[in-house]
Ligand binder design. Structure first.
Ligand SMILES: [Zn+2]
Length: 99
């Protein structure tokens, strides 16, 4: 795994309010990390956000378990061989594949 850049803050898609799969500058593919440093692909990061938001709407403050799965940082994925810890998909990399 190669994580070189920590973005200052998540970038959300303007239109959809979703976490981005690519940086707005340069279109580099992004991955997300949760509190325990598990890797999340953009899709799973969005699902974690949605699950938490929905649970909080029903039961505010009672969703510590879901909160632990929330993405806490976004990173550019520069190289290959990074897989999502949630869905096991390979995360797209900025500089090609290593196989
Ligand atoms: Zn995933």
């Amino acid at each position: 795994m190669s994580i070189c850049t920590t973005l200052p803050r998540f970038e959300f898609e303007y239109e959809t309010g979703k976490l981005k799969a690519y940086t707005s500058l340069g279109s580099y593919p992004l991955l997300y990390l949760d509190k325990s440093n598990s890797v999340l692909c953009p899709c799973c990061a969005n699902e974690a956000e949605n699950a938490f938001t929905e649970a909080e709407a029903e039961d505010p403050g009672q969703n510590g378990f879901l909160a632990d799965g929330l993405p806490v940082s976004a990173h550019v994925n520069y190289e290959g061989d990074t897989y999502c810890d949630e869905c096991s998909k390979r995360i797209e990399s900025a500089y090609g594949e290593n196989d």
